[in-house]
Design a binder for this molecule. Structure first.
Ligand SMILES: Nc1ncnc2c1ncn2[C@@H]1O[C@H](COP(=O)(O)OP(=O)(O)OP(=O)(O)O)[C@@H](O)[C@H]1O
Ligand SMILES: [Mg+2]
Length: 396
């Protein structure tokens, strides 16, 4: 029996997995996912027959996930759970397609009862794995490190590579949004519109709220002049991202620099988190704290890609190996300091199109290659001016 456990809580994942492994009546294979987004993808790839879905962190996104999981062509039993269950929530989960509800903390007996039922109702069935997009969240709890620059330029490059309408960019910087000006867009519809309509939102409606960029990317823009309503909750954004994931190949999300429950919920849906920092002490201290918190929440190096931005080599600057050592995390990419990034931003242009030959544009291209699996070359710090001069002088 193929079993998938989706939960942001390590305890839930571990105790459910352990209970499944202690089930002696049939052979089980268990996969774990710490996020709903990753879990939906894994459910299709792994053709999960039984899915335990913990709604504790994010009810709305979880309900939508139950619907998607239960509607799959794969014959499947979805079991919901939440730390504080109520009749209302249980009814909604069942209406969405859950077949059972188990209490927390998870008990072996409950899990075994579910697995016994699954054995009775499931007949072996195979179907094509579904195809879904990937969510990349660009995050740092330190302001001004280059999140929006990276998010915009990645979106533009991805759109150029994948074609029109296949890349979505969501400005989830709820407090100081900057994507529209950075891409010189004049949106007429906003994130607020999607939030207001989130219960009815589907792919077609989402596209109506997005503004096309000339690269082919579609942008769900936000502006502080169009504030999100008072009833705005993280689940609404979660649903928007899941709808985007179901309709685009790539979804890039820009964020506000704070380690909030909103950002944690957004990161929980991410397939990849790009944690951006700079090789200067305050930014590194902040990155270190982010990594500690995210690690405790169960995120590992396969999920969080550390990006060092605005790197330049001069005496007194922190070298990359020291950055990696200090943060105790592998460095995924190093983007050089390059004034072309600022000139492009001041012109409302992505640096990858305005200055495609610049060192920062090339660095972003390499980062994207690694992210999309087109290259497995280790990141190398950009060459310093001194190194470049030496190379020119020595002719190698
Ligand atoms: N590699 C780079 N080299 C030089 N300048 C850069 C580089 N990356 C970003 N910048 C510049 O740094 C400034 C801040 O970048 P950006 O707005 O992307 O940061 P942010 O992390 O999104 O900020 P906030 O936290 O305020 O949203 C911009 O002026 C941008 O042009
Ligand atoms: Mg920003």
């Amino acid at each position: 029996m193929r079993i998938l456990v989706i939960s942001a809580q390590e305890l839930f994942r571990q105790s459910t997995q352990a209970a499944c492994l202690r089930y002696g009546e049939s052979l089980v294979s268990v996969r774990l996912s710490e996020s709903v987004g990753q879990g939906l993808e894994l459910a299709e790839q792994f053709q999960a027959e039984v899915v335990f879905l913990d709604l504790t962190r994010s009810v709305e996104a979880g309900m939508l996930a139950i619907e998607q999981l239960a509607a799959s062509r794969i014959q499947r039993l979805v079991i919901a759970s939440i730390d504080k269950a109520s009749i209302d929530l249980m009814t909604r989960a069942v209406r969405a397609g859950a077949r059972e509800f188990i209490a927390q903390p998870v008990q072996d007996d409950d899990v075994h009862a579910v697995l016994r039922k699954a054995r009775q109702v499931l007949v072996p069935a195979l179907a094509d794995p579904g195809v879904r997009g990937k969510i990349y969240v660009v995050f740092s709890s330190k302001g001004g490190v280059g999140k929006t620059t990276l998010a915009c330029n990645l979106s533009v490059l991805l759109a150029q590579r994948s074609g029109v309408g296949r890349v979505a960019m969501v400005d989830a910087n709820t407090q100081a949004p900057n994507v529209a000006p950075m891409l010189d867009l004049q949106p007429e519809r906003w994130l607020r519109d999607a939030v207001e309509q989130y219960r009815r939102l589907d792919g077609d409606m989402l596209r109506q709220f997005m503004t096309p960029h000339e690269s082919g990317a579609l942008v769900l823009a936000h502006s502080s002049e169009n504030p999100l309503g008072l009833d705005f909750e993280e689940d609404q954004l979660g649903k928007i991202l899941l709808v985007a994931k179901g309709h685009f190949d790539h979804v890039i999300v820009d964020t506000f620099p704070v380690l909030s429950s909103l950002n944690l919920a957004v990161m929980d849906l991410a397939d990849e988190i790009l944690l951006v920092t700079e090789p200067v002490v305050p930014a590194l201290r902040s990155a270190r704290h982010n990594l500690q918190v995210l690690k405790q929440a169960g995120y590992g190096p396969e999920r969080i890609q550390l990006v060092i931005n605005r790197f330049s080599r001069f005496r007194g600057n922190v070298p990359i190996d020291l950055v990696s050592e200090t943060l105790d995390w592998p460095v995924h990419a190093v983007l050089p300091y390059d004034m072309h990034a600022t000139i492009a931003a001041n012109n409302g242009q992505p640096v990858v199109t305005m200055f495609p030959e610049s060192i920062v544009a090339k660095g972003i291209g390499e980062l994207l290659d690694r992210l999309t699996g087109q290259s497995d070359v280790e990141p190398t710090p950009p060459m310093s001016l001194r190194d470049r001069l030496l190379r020119l002088l020595r002719g190698y």
